[in-house]
Write a protein that binds this ligand. Structure first.
Ligand SMILES: Nc1ncnc2c1ncn2[C@@H]1O[C@H](COP(=O)(O)OP(=O)(O)O)[C@@H](O)[C@H]1O
Ligand SMILES: N[C@@H](CCC(=O)OP(=O)(O)O)C(=O)O
Length: 371
Protein backbone atom coordinates (compact mmCIF):
# COMPACT_ATOMS: atom_id res chain seq x y z
CA UNK A 1 0.00 0.00 0.00
CA UNK A 2 1.46 3.34 -0.93
CA UNK A 3 0.34 6.87 -0.16
CA UNK A 4 -2.00 8.69 -2.54
CA UNK A 5 0.07 11.81 -1.87
CA UNK A 6 2.91 10.52 -4.07
CA UNK A 7 0.88 11.11 -7.22
CA UNK A 8 -0.93 14.26 -5.99
CA UNK A 9 0.19 17.59 -7.43
CA UNK A 10 -2.15 20.11 -5.85
CA UNK A 11 -2.39 19.50 -2.11
CA UNK A 12 -4.28 21.25 0.68
CA UNK A 13 -2.69 20.72 4.10
CA UNK A 14 -4.65 21.44 7.26
CA UNK A 15 -2.82 21.75 10.56
CA UNK A 16 -4.89 21.85 13.73
CA UNK A 17 -4.44 24.17 16.72
CA UNK A 18 -2.82 21.38 18.72
CA UNK A 19 0.06 21.22 16.23
CA UNK A 20 0.97 24.88 15.98
CA UNK A 21 0.49 25.91 19.57
CA UNK A 22 2.26 24.92 22.75
CA UNK A 23 -0.56 23.08 24.51
CA UNK A 24 -2.98 25.72 23.29
CA UNK A 25 -0.96 28.52 24.91
CA UNK A 26 0.53 30.69 22.21
CA UNK A 27 2.28 29.67 19.04
CA UNK A 28 4.96 27.03 18.90
CA UNK A 29 7.45 28.77 16.61
CA UNK A 30 9.60 25.67 16.25
CA UNK A 31 6.54 23.85 14.96
CA UNK A 32 5.84 26.60 12.40
CA UNK A 33 9.47 26.37 11.25
CA UNK A 34 9.14 22.60 10.84
CA UNK A 35 5.97 22.96 8.75
CA UNK A 36 7.60 25.59 6.57
CA UNK A 37 10.63 23.34 6.04
CA UNK A 38 8.50 20.35 5.09
CA UNK A 39 6.28 22.36 2.78
CA UNK A 40 9.37 23.85 1.12
CA UNK A 41 10.51 20.27 0.45
CA UNK A 42 7.14 19.49 -1.18
CA UNK A 43 7.45 22.63 -3.31
CA UNK A 44 10.89 21.46 -4.41
CA UNK A 45 9.22 18.25 -5.63
CA UNK A 46 6.96 20.36 -7.84
CA UNK A 47 3.83 20.15 -5.68
CA UNK A 48 1.42 23.06 -5.27
CA UNK A 49 0.58 23.57 -1.62
CA UNK A 50 -2.17 25.48 0.15
CA UNK A 51 -1.94 25.61 3.93
CA UNK A 52 -5.03 25.83 6.11
CA UNK A 53 -3.83 26.63 9.59
CA UNK A 54 -5.68 27.04 12.86
CA UNK A 55 -4.08 28.60 15.92
CA UNK A 56 -5.31 32.20 15.80
CA UNK A 57 -7.52 31.94 18.87
CA UNK A 58 -4.90 30.10 20.91
CA UNK A 59 -2.26 32.71 20.04
CA UNK A 60 -4.68 35.59 20.67
CA UNK A 61 -5.58 34.27 24.10
CA UNK A 62 -1.87 34.21 24.96
CA UNK A 63 -1.18 37.70 23.57
CA UNK A 64 -4.14 39.14 25.48
CA UNK A 65 -2.88 37.56 28.70
CA UNK A 66 -6.06 35.54 29.21
CA UNK A 67 -5.76 32.36 31.21
CA UNK A 68 -8.25 30.24 29.29
CA UNK A 69 -9.97 29.97 25.93
CA UNK A 70 -12.96 32.37 25.96
CA UNK A 71 -16.49 31.11 25.63
CA UNK A 72 -18.35 34.09 24.14
CA UNK A 73 -18.30 34.56 20.39
CA UNK A 74 -17.05 38.14 20.53
CA UNK A 75 -14.17 37.26 22.82
CA UNK A 76 -13.19 34.41 20.50
CA UNK A 77 -13.39 36.78 17.54
CA UNK A 78 -11.24 39.34 19.33
CA UNK A 79 -8.70 36.67 20.26
CA UNK A 80 -8.63 35.39 16.68
CA UNK A 81 -8.04 38.89 15.31
CA UNK A 82 -5.10 39.42 17.66
CA UNK A 83 -3.71 35.92 17.17
CA UNK A 84 -4.00 35.87 13.38
CA UNK A 85 -1.33 38.58 13.30
CA UNK A 86 1.06 36.27 15.11
CA UNK A 87 0.13 33.31 12.95
CA UNK A 88 0.86 35.02 9.65
CA UNK A 89 3.94 36.81 11.00
CA UNK A 90 5.26 33.46 12.20
CA UNK A 91 4.61 31.67 8.90
CA UNK A 92 5.85 34.57 6.82
CA UNK A 93 9.24 34.63 8.48
CA UNK A 94 9.60 30.82 8.50
CA UNK A 95 8.74 30.47 4.79
CA UNK A 96 11.00 33.40 3.90
CA UNK A 97 13.96 31.37 5.21
CA UNK A 98 13.23 28.96 2.34
CA UNK A 99 12.81 31.70 -0.22
CA UNK A 100 9.02 31.20 -0.34
CA UNK A 101 6.38 33.91 -0.38
CA UNK A 102 3.14 33.60 1.57
CA UNK A 103 -0.33 35.16 1.32
CA UNK A 104 -3.06 35.48 3.92
CA UNK A 105 -6.57 34.40 2.91
CA UNK A 106 -9.46 34.64 5.36
CA UNK A 107 -12.70 33.00 4.25
CA UNK A 108 -16.25 32.49 5.45
CA UNK A 109 -18.93 30.05 4.40
CA UNK A 110 -20.65 32.76 2.36
CA UNK A 111 -17.55 33.17 0.22
CA UNK A 112 -18.03 29.59 -0.92
CA UNK A 113 -21.81 29.68 -1.32
CA UNK A 114 -21.97 32.89 -3.33
CA UNK A 115 -20.98 31.99 -6.90
CA UNK A 116 -19.33 35.31 -7.69
CA UNK A 117 -17.19 35.22 -4.56
CA UNK A 118 -16.50 31.54 -5.19
CA UNK A 119 -15.09 32.31 -8.64
CA UNK A 120 -13.10 35.25 -7.28
CA UNK A 121 -11.61 33.23 -4.44
CA UNK A 122 -10.80 30.40 -6.87
CA UNK A 123 -9.13 32.73 -9.37
CA UNK A 124 -7.09 34.43 -6.64
CA UNK A 125 -5.89 31.15 -5.14
CA UNK A 126 -4.99 29.69 -8.52
CA UNK A 127 -3.11 32.88 -9.43
CA UNK A 128 -1.16 32.69 -6.15
CA UNK A 129 -0.23 29.07 -6.91
CA UNK A 130 0.85 30.02 -10.40
CA UNK A 131 3.20 32.56 -8.82
CA UNK A 132 4.61 29.94 -6.43
CA UNK A 133 3.10 31.66 -3.38
CA UNK A 134 1.93 29.59 -0.39
CA UNK A 135 -1.61 30.71 0.52
CA UNK A 136 -2.21 30.47 4.27
CA UNK A 137 -5.90 30.16 4.96
CA UNK A 138 -7.99 30.52 8.08
CA UNK A 139 -11.63 31.24 8.79
CA UNK A 140 -12.44 34.95 8.81
CA UNK A 141 -13.38 34.81 12.48
CA UNK A 142 -14.05 38.56 12.78
CA UNK A 143 -17.20 38.51 10.68
CA UNK A 144 -18.57 35.03 11.29
CA UNK A 145 -21.81 34.29 13.03
CA UNK A 146 -23.11 30.79 13.60
CA UNK A 147 -24.89 30.79 10.22
CA UNK A 148 -21.86 31.62 8.14
CA UNK A 149 -19.31 29.76 10.19
CA UNK A 150 -17.36 26.72 8.99
CA UNK A 151 -16.89 26.19 12.72
CA UNK A 152 -13.80 24.11 12.28
CA UNK A 153 -10.90 24.22 9.91
CA UNK A 154 -11.38 20.61 8.76
CA UNK A 155 -14.51 21.71 6.88
CA UNK A 156 -12.68 24.77 5.59
CA UNK A 157 -9.84 22.55 4.34
CA UNK A 158 -12.30 20.35 2.43
CA UNK A 159 -14.11 23.29 0.84
CA UNK A 160 -10.80 24.85 -0.20
CA UNK A 161 -9.88 21.48 -1.76
CA UNK A 162 -13.16 21.58 -3.71
CA UNK A 163 -12.59 25.22 -4.62
CA UNK A 164 -9.18 24.74 -6.22
CA UNK A 165 -9.74 21.18 -7.51
CA UNK A 166 -7.07 19.80 -5.21
CA UNK A 167 -5.84 16.25 -5.78
CA UNK A 168 -5.57 15.61 -2.07
CA UNK A 169 -6.31 16.96 1.39
CA UNK A 170 -3.92 16.16 4.23
CA UNK A 171 -5.39 16.68 7.70
CA UNK A 172 -2.67 16.68 10.32
CA UNK A 173 -3.73 16.18 13.91
CA UNK A 174 -2.62 14.81 17.28
CA UNK A 175 -3.60 11.17 16.56
CA UNK A 176 -2.07 8.67 14.13
CA UNK A 177 -5.28 8.78 12.10
CA UNK A 178 -8.75 7.30 12.35
CA UNK A 179 -9.43 4.50 14.81
CA UNK A 180 -12.58 2.38 15.10
CA UNK A 181 -13.39 4.49 18.21
CA UNK A 182 -11.80 7.43 20.06
CA UNK A 183 -8.47 5.98 21.26
CA UNK A 184 -8.46 8.33 24.26
CA UNK A 185 -11.51 6.55 25.58
CA UNK A 186 -11.05 3.11 23.96
CA UNK A 187 -7.39 2.07 24.12
CA UNK A 188 -8.22 -1.16 22.27
CA UNK A 189 -9.66 0.69 19.22
CA UNK A 190 -8.38 -0.61 15.88
CA UNK A 191 -6.44 1.61 13.49
CA UNK A 192 -7.91 2.12 10.01
CA UNK A 193 -5.20 2.25 7.35
CA UNK A 194 -7.31 2.68 4.26
CA UNK A 195 -10.99 3.08 3.54
CA UNK A 196 -13.37 4.75 1.12
CA UNK A 197 -14.22 8.38 1.87
CA UNK A 198 -17.90 8.92 2.65
CA UNK A 199 -18.78 5.49 4.08
CA UNK A 200 -21.52 6.08 6.69
CA UNK A 201 -19.94 3.72 9.25
CA UNK A 202 -16.91 6.04 9.50
CA UNK A 203 -19.10 8.77 10.96
CA UNK A 204 -20.22 6.42 13.72
CA UNK A 205 -16.59 5.62 14.62
CA UNK A 206 -15.48 9.22 14.88
CA UNK A 207 -15.99 11.13 18.09
CA UNK A 208 -15.66 14.77 19.08
CA UNK A 209 -12.51 16.66 20.04
CA UNK A 210 -10.39 14.87 22.59
CA UNK A 211 -8.56 17.93 23.85
CA UNK A 212 -9.48 21.41 25.01
CA UNK A 213 -7.35 22.87 22.19
CA UNK A 214 -9.00 21.38 19.09
CA UNK A 215 -12.60 21.89 18.06
CA UNK A 216 -13.99 19.34 15.65
CA UNK A 217 -12.53 16.01 16.70
CA UNK A 218 -12.41 13.12 14.26
CA UNK A 219 -16.03 13.54 13.18
CA UNK A 220 -15.38 16.78 11.28
CA UNK A 221 -12.31 15.14 9.67
CA UNK A 222 -14.33 12.20 8.38
CA UNK A 223 -16.98 14.59 7.05
CA UNK A 224 -14.22 16.71 5.50
CA UNK A 225 -12.93 13.62 3.66
CA UNK A 226 -16.46 12.98 2.35
CA UNK A 227 -16.68 16.56 1.08
CA UNK A 228 -13.22 16.47 -0.47
CA UNK A 229 -14.19 13.28 -2.29
CA UNK A 230 -17.07 15.15 -3.93
CA UNK A 231 -14.53 16.91 -6.11
CA UNK A 232 -12.51 13.71 -6.50
CA UNK A 233 -9.83 14.47 -3.89
CA UNK A 234 -8.38 11.81 -1.60
CA UNK A 235 -7.84 12.62 2.09
CA UNK A 236 -5.09 11.51 4.44
CA UNK A 237 -5.54 11.97 8.19
CA UNK A 238 -2.17 11.64 9.87
CA UNK A 239 -0.23 12.64 12.93
CA UNK A 240 1.55 15.94 12.72
CA UNK A 241 3.93 14.65 15.37
CA UNK A 242 5.27 11.98 13.04
CA UNK A 243 8.82 12.83 11.96
CA UNK A 244 8.91 14.38 8.44
CA UNK A 245 5.31 13.29 7.86
CA UNK A 246 4.76 15.39 4.71
CA UNK A 247 7.90 14.40 2.86
CA UNK A 248 7.41 10.76 3.75
CA UNK A 249 3.83 10.89 2.46
CA UNK A 250 5.09 12.52 -0.73
CA UNK A 251 7.64 9.69 -1.03
CA UNK A 252 4.71 7.28 -1.04
CA UNK A 253 4.91 6.01 2.53
CA UNK A 254 1.40 5.11 3.69
CA UNK A 255 1.31 6.99 7.00
CA UNK A 256 -2.03 7.65 8.71
CA UNK A 257 -5.49 6.84 7.39
CA UNK A 258 -6.13 7.15 3.67
CA UNK A 259 -9.71 7.98 2.70
CA UNK A 260 -9.99 7.28 -0.99
CA UNK A 261 -12.29 9.19 -3.34
CA UNK A 262 -14.18 6.87 -5.65
CA UNK A 263 -14.75 9.27 -8.53
CA UNK A 264 -11.93 10.98 -10.38
CA UNK A 265 -11.40 14.71 -10.06
CA UNK A 266 -12.53 15.56 -13.56
CA UNK A 267 -15.59 13.30 -13.53
CA UNK A 268 -16.61 14.70 -10.12
CA UNK A 269 -16.41 18.31 -11.30
CA UNK A 270 -18.37 17.57 -14.44
CA UNK A 271 -21.01 15.68 -12.47
CA UNK A 272 -21.36 18.63 -10.11
CA UNK A 273 -21.74 21.08 -12.98
CA UNK A 274 -24.14 18.85 -14.87
CA UNK A 275 -26.30 18.44 -11.76
CA UNK A 276 -26.80 22.17 -11.28
CA UNK A 277 -30.54 22.49 -11.71
CA UNK A 278 -30.67 26.24 -11.45
CA UNK A 279 -29.63 27.46 -14.86
CA UNK A 280 -29.73 31.24 -15.06
CA UNK A 281 -29.47 31.79 -18.80
CA UNK A 282 -28.05 30.72 -22.13
CA UNK A 283 -25.50 31.76 -24.71
CA UNK A 284 -25.76 30.84 -28.39
CA UNK A 285 -22.52 29.88 -30.11
CA UNK A 286 -21.40 30.00 -33.73
CA UNK A 287 -20.20 26.79 -35.43
CA UNK A 288 -16.55 27.56 -34.74
CA UNK A 289 -17.16 27.95 -31.02
CA UNK A 290 -19.16 24.70 -30.92
CA UNK A 291 -16.20 22.90 -32.57
CA UNK A 292 -13.76 24.55 -30.11
CA UNK A 293 -15.82 23.43 -27.11
CA UNK A 294 -16.09 19.88 -28.45
CA UNK A 295 -12.32 19.71 -28.70
CA UNK A 296 -11.91 20.79 -25.07
CA UNK A 297 -11.31 24.54 -25.41
CA UNK A 298 -12.76 27.36 -23.32
CA UNK A 299 -15.61 29.52 -24.60
CA UNK A 300 -14.42 32.93 -25.76
CA UNK A 301 -16.79 35.88 -26.28
CA UNK A 302 -15.86 36.00 -29.98
CA UNK A 303 -17.77 32.75 -30.60
CA UNK A 304 -21.02 33.91 -28.99
CA UNK A 305 -23.79 35.30 -31.20
CA UNK A 306 -26.61 35.84 -28.68
CA UNK A 307 -27.42 35.68 -25.00
CA UNK A 308 -30.62 34.98 -23.09
CA UNK A 309 -31.63 35.29 -19.44
CA UNK A 310 -30.41 37.51 -16.62
CA UNK A 311 -27.31 35.87 -15.22
CA UNK A 312 -24.49 37.22 -13.09
CA UNK A 313 -20.83 36.19 -12.86
CA UNK A 314 -20.60 32.67 -11.50
CA UNK A 315 -24.07 31.56 -12.61
CA UNK A 316 -24.60 28.36 -14.58
CA UNK A 317 -25.60 28.97 -18.20
CA UNK A 318 -26.46 26.72 -21.12
CA UNK A 319 -24.31 26.83 -24.24
CA UNK A 320 -26.50 26.39 -27.31
CA UNK A 321 -25.63 25.37 -30.87
CA UNK A 322 -26.90 27.70 -33.62
CA UNK A 323 -30.00 25.42 -33.93
CA UNK A 324 -30.80 25.90 -30.22
CA UNK A 325 -29.77 22.48 -28.89
CA UNK A 326 -27.68 22.43 -25.74
CA UNK A 327 -24.07 21.42 -26.24
CA UNK A 328 -22.55 22.30 -22.88
CA UNK A 329 -23.14 23.97 -19.53
CA UNK A 330 -20.77 26.03 -17.44
CA UNK A 331 -20.04 28.78 -14.91
CA UNK A 332 -19.95 32.12 -16.70
CA UNK A 333 -17.35 34.77 -15.90
CA UNK A 334 -19.43 37.82 -16.88
CA UNK A 335 -22.97 39.07 -16.20
CA UNK A 336 -25.58 39.13 -18.97
CA UNK A 337 -25.09 42.87 -19.39
CA UNK A 338 -21.34 42.51 -19.74
CA UNK A 339 -21.64 39.44 -21.97
CA UNK A 340 -24.05 41.35 -24.20
CA UNK A 341 -21.44 44.04 -24.73
CA UNK A 342 -18.50 41.74 -25.47
CA UNK A 343 -20.16 39.06 -27.62
CA UNK A 344 -18.58 38.55 -31.07
CA UNK A 345 -15.55 40.48 -29.80
CA UNK A 346 -11.97 39.19 -29.48
CA UNK A 347 -10.80 38.80 -25.85
CA UNK A 348 -8.16 41.52 -26.22
CA UNK A 349 -11.01 44.01 -26.69
CA UNK A 350 -12.77 43.12 -23.38
CA UNK A 351 -10.84 45.64 -21.33
CA UNK A 352 -11.41 48.43 -23.86
CA UNK A 353 -15.16 47.73 -23.99
CA UNK A 354 -15.89 47.10 -20.30
CA UNK A 355 -13.09 49.16 -18.76
CA UNK A 356 -11.74 46.05 -16.98
CA UNK A 357 -10.86 42.43 -17.66
CA UNK A 358 -11.98 39.71 -15.29
CA UNK A 359 -10.98 36.78 -17.47
CA UNK A 360 -10.27 36.41 -21.22
CA UNK A 361 -12.72 33.49 -21.40
CA UNK A 362 -16.47 33.80 -21.09
CA UNK A 363 -16.47 30.27 -19.63
CA UNK A 364 -13.21 28.59 -18.72
CA UNK A 365 -12.86 24.97 -19.88
CA UNK A 366 -12.40 23.82 -16.25
CA UNK A 367 -15.85 25.21 -15.50
CA UNK A 368 -17.50 23.71 -18.57
CA UNK A 369 -19.16 20.35 -19.07
CA UNK A 370 -20.04 18.96 -22.50
CA UNK A 371 -23.41 17.27 -22.61
N1 LIG B 1 -12.31 7.38 16.00
C1 LIG B 1 -11.37 8.26 16.39
N2 LIG B 1 -10.09 8.08 15.97
C2 LIG B 1 -9.11 8.96 16.32
N3 LIG B 1 -9.34 10.07 17.09
C3 LIG B 1 -10.60 10.31 17.54
C4 LIG B 1 -11.67 9.42 17.18
N4 LIG B 1 -12.80 9.91 17.73
C5 LIG B 1 -12.47 11.06 18.38
N5 LIG B 1 -11.15 11.32 18.27
C6 LIG B 1 -10.47 12.48 18.91
O1 LIG B 1 -10.26 13.53 17.94
C7 LIG B 1 -9.12 14.29 18.36
C8 LIG B 1 -8.57 15.14 17.22
O2 LIG B 1 -9.43 16.22 16.91
P1 LIG B 1 -9.19 17.72 17.43
O3 LIG B 1 -8.91 17.70 18.88
O4 LIG B 1 -10.30 18.55 16.92
O5 LIG B 1 -7.81 18.07 16.71
P2 LIG B 1 -7.35 19.22 15.68
O6 LIG B 1 -7.02 20.40 16.51
O7 LIG B 1 -6.13 18.59 15.07
O8 LIG B 1 -8.45 19.46 14.69
C9 LIG B 1 -8.18 13.22 18.89
O9 LIG B 1 -7.26 13.70 19.81
C10 LIG B 1 -9.11 12.15 19.48
O10 LIG B 1 -9.21 12.19 20.87
N1 LIG C 1 -10.10 29.77 13.20
C1 LIG C 1 -9.76 29.06 14.41
C2 LIG C 1 -9.69 27.59 14.10
C3 LIG C 1 -10.57 26.74 14.88
C4 LIG C 1 -10.32 25.24 14.55
O1 LIG C 1 -10.92 24.63 13.66
O2 LIG C 1 -9.35 24.64 15.25
P1 LIG C 1 -8.86 23.09 15.04
O3 LIG C 1 -9.97 22.13 15.39
O4 LIG C 1 -7.70 22.96 15.93
O5 LIG C 1 -8.41 22.94 13.63
C5 LIG C 1 -8.36 29.51 14.90
O6 LIG C 1 -7.50 29.82 14.09
O7 LIG C 1 -8.13 29.48 16.10
Amino acid sequence: MSSVIASATRIVIKVGSSLVTAEGKGLDHEALARWAKEIAALKALGKEVVLVSSGAIAEGVQRLGWTKRPTTLHEKQAAAAVGQMGLVQGYESCFREHGLKTAQILLTHEDMKDRTRYLNARATLLTLLEHQVIPIINENDTVVTSEIKFGDNDTLGALVTNLIDGDALIILTDQQGLYSADPRKHPDAKFIHETEAGLPELEAMAGGAGSSVGTGGMYTKVIAAKRAARSGAHTVIASGREEKVLTRLADGEAIGTQLIARTSRLVARKQWLAAQLQVAGAVTLDDGAVRALMSGASLLPVGVTAIGGEFTRGDVVRCLKPDGTEVARGLINYSFEEAGRILRQPSNKIEEILGYLDEPELIHRDNLVLL
